[in-house]
Design a protein. Sequence first.
Lengths: 485, 225
Amino acid sequence: MTNLSALFDPKGIIITGVSNHPGKFGFVTLHNILVSGYEGAVFPVGREPGEVLGVPVLGSIDEVPEGAADMVFICTPTSINENLLRQAAGKGVTAAFCAAGGYREAGPEGAEAEQRLVALCRELGIALAGPNGQGVVSTPSKMCAQIVAPYAPAGRIAIASQSGNLVSSFLNMAGHTGVGVSRAVAAGNASVLGIADFLEYFTDDPETAMSLIYVESVDDGREMFERIRPLAEQKPIVVVKGGASAAGARAAASHTGALASDDAVFDGMCRQAGLIRARDVEEAFETAATFATQPLPSGDRVVVVTSVGGWGVAAVDAMADTRLHATKLPDDLMQAIDAKLPPRWSKNNPIDMAGGETRDTIPEILQMVAEHPDVDGVVMLGVGIQSNTAAMMRRGQFYPDHGLERIVDFHERQDARYGQAAAEVSAATGTPIVVATELATADPNNPAPAALRAAGKLCHPSAGRAVRSLHHMAQYSAWRRARGL
Amino acid sequence: MTTLSEAESRRIVSDYGVAVSPFVTGQSTNAIVEAMATNQIAYPVVAKLCGRAIAHKTERGLVKLKLADEQALGAACDELLAAARPDDGDVEVLVSTMVAGNRELIAGLNNDPQFGMTIMVGVGGILAEAIRDVSFRLVPITEVDASEMIDDLATQRLFDEFRGEPAVDRAALVDALVALANLGANEPGLVSADLNPLILVDGKPMAVDALLEYDDPDLTDRAAS
């Protein structure tokens, strides 16, 4: 396995093609590296001497001190890059991210240049990412070496993508939800390092809990399968595939061939290898964020806890096309809850508290449910509604008089408490608790989603989406159990 | 691409351990009746025209079902042999037990350009390609993989008790899929295989048709084995 530590945690970075034009890749990359707080040495190299963003620009890689940089980020034209790589290798560089385009994607001449680039990197012992890629992000090194935005909060999700756009999407979702990222890399043309190489690195990476990949084309599916399967046993891998097609793979004499769409075969490969396949980009990120921040369920039995009615029904409906099921409430749990709530509560699953909760009821009931041995996972709904009412009171002309200040304060404290309780109880019991409210997107500053975010947990924007994430965890858990893992 | 005849395909599939409905072949009614006696095949039976170049038997009317006695069988044999065309090549009549079962699955193999040999199970019969309730894996597979393939099908009710028939014998179905996967892993030049339908008989899968396709145009060795 190639050692990619110089790519993800370089001690110093050479950036080629830096000028004072703030619209050019070299400038933007230097800017992003500096503003993300990278603490290693930075060596911009360009044709015009002087300073850019307060950093002196070197006229040549020759001026970089020996051994001071181990990564080069390439933003220069194809014609000079081989020469630059030789110079960089001479200074001790062992990893390159080639953001520059003009290679295979640009036609036959570019393809030849790419072949030369690959051969040269092999000769020099340089691990090459790209070319024609957007960059690499690594929060443990506070590094945003990208030709575009954004950076992301630190966390435990590692991302590798065949599309740079999707890296940006995932990083934006990380920023929005607060569930952060360890590493992120766009594979570009993937002429040397591909998705499987990055996954191998992530699997051994102590900063990473799970991986999230976006795949469009699979050149050698069998090789990918053989390489990824042992990795999926060690850490969860969520995959979303673009370009899924319903068309048959070939004009087949057999029914089996006619039924072998790319999508059906890819799906089967994922199930066999233990890859968690998401239906779309949103589901992929939310599932990854759930894997990264929740304990794995040990089965498919789910209890829905909600402060009022309809959301619970929606959650149970959403389980219909998943492996999850709303389990019958065990008698002892039923009695214990009955002692805490007024008689109008639902007395079945979903546990609809029917507004009967007092100050401590929700955290207490959550604890009783999550610690019960016959419950594998919890969906928690209805958080944030007290603060939603409070928000309307705050905005109205009567606030803070008429006792509004006091009740607003109470509502907001309660919702913050519910969010914290979800995080604490799941950590204490080892049972996943997925939380959902549309306020996660409609009003992210509502104290319930805000408290979840502060605790590092994802607040799903709907019950259905929370159920999908939990389903994927249960599916992976079942895959492991079936294989004695 | 060359396809084997149904009889050749059935023998190979059976050699790997997939149950196929009992059958005999012959060029005349007399030969077939004799072989049926030897192999203890009882009426009613199904008769089909069988040859390497013959595909789409149903569409050409080359399948005669529910033959109750020797007279009906004789008439069917004569009709089938008379229906052979010059470009069908060498043909014979295949006669097989009519098996009883309301549930039809499909199982098969396909050498995928990206993933190599793959195995499939799904809801079978003539609507298989319209329903598309299928599940694939990469060959070889373990028993666990086979079991999960069955779980992945949307039509799970097919595997419960059904119209007076017992629930599917999952272990038997798993064994059949693992056996088919072994065929896929070990047959050089195999391009695809169809077992359609794979009928659940008393809950156990039994192939009543088989079609193996190879990329080798000269399959004399394979047929001789």
